[in-house]
Design a protein around this ligand. Structure first.
Ligand SMILES: *Cc1c(COP(=O)(O)O)cnc(C)c1O
Length: 401
């Protein structure tokens, strides 16, 4: 395939394979500042987890208002470590949603535990706290909630519930960097965290990217110490401390660890992305409001519901198609008109990898959302004229039934 070059914002020319779709589903917002920043660690000679990672952690911690932030290689790694540190073991149950990217449920299987899937609330596509309470058994050892597509889930209810049952609450905040929630009359960032641990993703499909990468925030100092140990093979001394020591230091390996490190190159990029984040989120919010105006007239189409106590970062804009309007046919119609879309969020329990884990409860709303939703293009560089086109073509598609 021929590589097409086009401009991102004011930034550098960027290669893309995506010359078929005039409007892609997303476009990473990476500019000169990130490229310059990436040169810092490369020139310094220290390229993996080091001073840039430490600075990024500190800046991220300040941004979300967390006591501790530990950078890792992905949100999947973050979720795995979060569940290990709250003590999830083989035979345990963790209550979560099936209606999420598969990494949410996978992290539970990595610990040898069983995911117990509960259904979602329509409109926000987030976990239903009432169903969480009903799913608690003596084997339940944690609740793993998701802020789906950046929309904060019912944290206050879940916090009260998990406190009552003395269960740890882990937040899959993969998509939710920059999202906010109203707690005691003040707006707080997702990741403070409100539960015990929050896990973020910096995959290019998310609002802040480092290529790949993740972050774990918590208020528990001891857990933060454990994350730092587990992300680098359980090694008692970091490479950097050993490198800088005046005397010979022998490390020990005190527990079974992993290689879940973030590199300094990624962190340097992340620091620039974090500076840009408030403007990016503001732009995404403006585009989401505009979609709301453009789409609310389409008969039978359900646009996302943002509760008054939330401010989404609009990582994805998800619409539910009118009944008897085919999902795939609509996506193909849009594609033919140069507009890329994605189907709604998947359901893990329907995937072959989960065939040995029969869902304990029926999940009709999750399945309905997967089958009837599509995600529309939304990224800061999206032009109003492009957005108008998406709305117009979608309207035509909905009338084709
Ligand atoms: C993207 C995503 C993940 C996985 O993040 P990675 O950084 O790619 O590992 C986990 N959970 C949810 C809800 C996601 O959207």
């Amino acid at each position: 395939m021929k590589t097409k070059w086009f401009k991102i914002g004011i930034g550098p020319k960027y290669p893309t394979m995506d010359n078929k779709h005039n409007i892609p589903i997303t476009r990473p917002f990476i500019e000169k500042a990130e490229i310059k920043a990436a040169q810092r660690p490369i020139r310094s000679g220290w390229v993996t987890q080091g001073p840039e990672v430490a600075a990024f952690e500190n800046e991220f911690r300040g941004f979300v208002g967390a006591d501790h932030a530990c950078a890792v290689s992905s949100c999947t790694a973050a979720l795995h470590l979060a569940l290990l540190v709250v003590g999830i073991k083989p035979g345990d149950e963790v209550i979560t949603v099936s209606h999420s990217f598969i990494a949410t449920a996978n992290s539970i299987l990595y610990c040898g535990a069983a995911p117990v899937f509960v259904d979602i609330i329509p409109g926000t596509y987030n976990i239903d706290p009432e169903l969480v309470e009903r799913a608690i058994t003596p084997r339940t050892k944690a609740v793993l909630c998701v802020h789906q597509m950046g929309m904060p889930c019912c944290l206050e209810k879940l916090m009260a519930l998990t406190r009552r049952y003395s269960l740890p609450l882990v937040e899959d905040a993969a998509c939710a960097v920059g999202s906010e929630i109203l707690i005691d009359n003040s707006w707080e960032k997702i990741g403070k965290p409100h539960g015990d641990i929050a896990c973020f993703s910096f995959h290019p499909r998310k609002v802040l990217t480092t290529g790949d990468g993740g972050m774990i925030t918590t208020r528990h100092e001891d857990w933060d110490r454990q994350f730092r140990l587990l992300r680098q093979h359980g090694m008692s001394v970091t490479d950097k401390d050993r490198h800088e020591a005046d005397t010979v230091v022998f490390e020990s390996y005190d527990c079974l660890g992993y290689n879940y490190r973030m590199t300094d190159i990624q962190a340097a990029i992340g620091r620039e992305q974090l500076c840009r984040l408030p403007a990016v989120v503001e732009k995404r919010r403006a585009l989401a409001r505009r979609y709301e105006d453009l789409l609310s007239g389409i008969e039978g189409l359900e646009i996302p519901h943002e509760p008054t106590w939330t401010r989404s970062n609009w990582q994805s804009y998800c619409v539910m198609l009118p009944e008897n309007v085919g999902q795939k046919a609509t996506m193909e119609y849009l594609l033919k008109h140069g507009i890329a879309t994605r189907r709604g969020i998947m359901c893990a329990h329907r995937e072959p990898a989960y065939s040995n884990h029969t869902a304990r409860y029926p999940l009709p709303l999750s399945e309905n959302a997967q089958d009837r939703c599509i995600l529309l293009p939304l990224f800061p560089q999206l032009e109003p004229t492009e957005q108008d086109r998406v709305a117009a073509v979608l309207q035509k598609a909905c009338m084709r039934r």
